[in-house]
Design a protein around this ligand. Structure first.
Ligand SMILES: [Fe+2]
Ligand SMILES: [Fe+2]
Length: 178
């Protein structure tokens, strides 16, 4: 029998058990190449001396992630009420992933992850998918800017990973809008 191993995602820090690293982190959505064998984990991965600009940009990123997580929570509940189980599943996983991003950002900022504040959303999943598309688009624009402004290589890498992950979400919404 093949032997399972423990891996860790360098973007969210979460561990994963499997035969190999998953194509996308089930927690934060990061691509496979960000996984390392748990034996090789760098304990200082989230311990970065932050420049003023990166601290400011991490604060803004935290607001974006918390807002989007709360929006997806509302969209998930609306889909469940409508018995739309595909969109319930989609918005649920998006809510969890964005929350995981908020948690990773909080680790860099050395704060505990703030709770979600209620956000409004529509009743219909299609309308929420359109809003999700716009939210992901805005997040990608901000994270490209934060990536370019980061002077710390680790934060450049982190924001670049968020750009890739949110682009997956944008693509998903755009298939669903067709
Ligand atoms: Fe991850
Ligand atoms: Fe995110």
């Amino acid at each position: 029998m093949a032997k399972v191993k423990v891996f860790r995602c360098r973007i969210c820090g979460d561990p994963y058990i499997g035969l190999e690293a998953p194509t996308r982190c089930p927690f934060c959505g990061a691509p496979q190449r960000f996984f390392v064998d748990a034996h090789d984990w760098n304990t200082n991965e989230f311990n970065v001396k932050l420049s003023e600009i990166s601290r400011k940009n991490l604060d803004s990123a935290l607001k974006i992630e918390l807002g989007n997580a709360a929006f997806y929570e509302c969209a998930k509940n609306a889909a469940e009420k409508e018995k739309d189980y595909y969109n319930f599943a989609k918005f649920k996983t998006l809510m969890k992933v964005e929350n995981e991003h908020a948690a990773a950002i909080s680790k860099f900022l050395k704060i505990s992850t703030p709770n979600l504040e209620k956000q409004a959303c529509a009743t219909k999943a299609k309308v929420n998918t359109q809003e999700g598309f716009e939210r992901e688009n805005r997040a990608i624009k901000s994270y490209k800017k934060f990536r370019d402004e980061a002077v710390e290589p680790r934060l450049k890498e982190f924001f670049a990973a968020l750009v890739e992950i949110e682009t997956d979400h944008l693509d998903l919404h755009s298939y669903n809008l067709k």
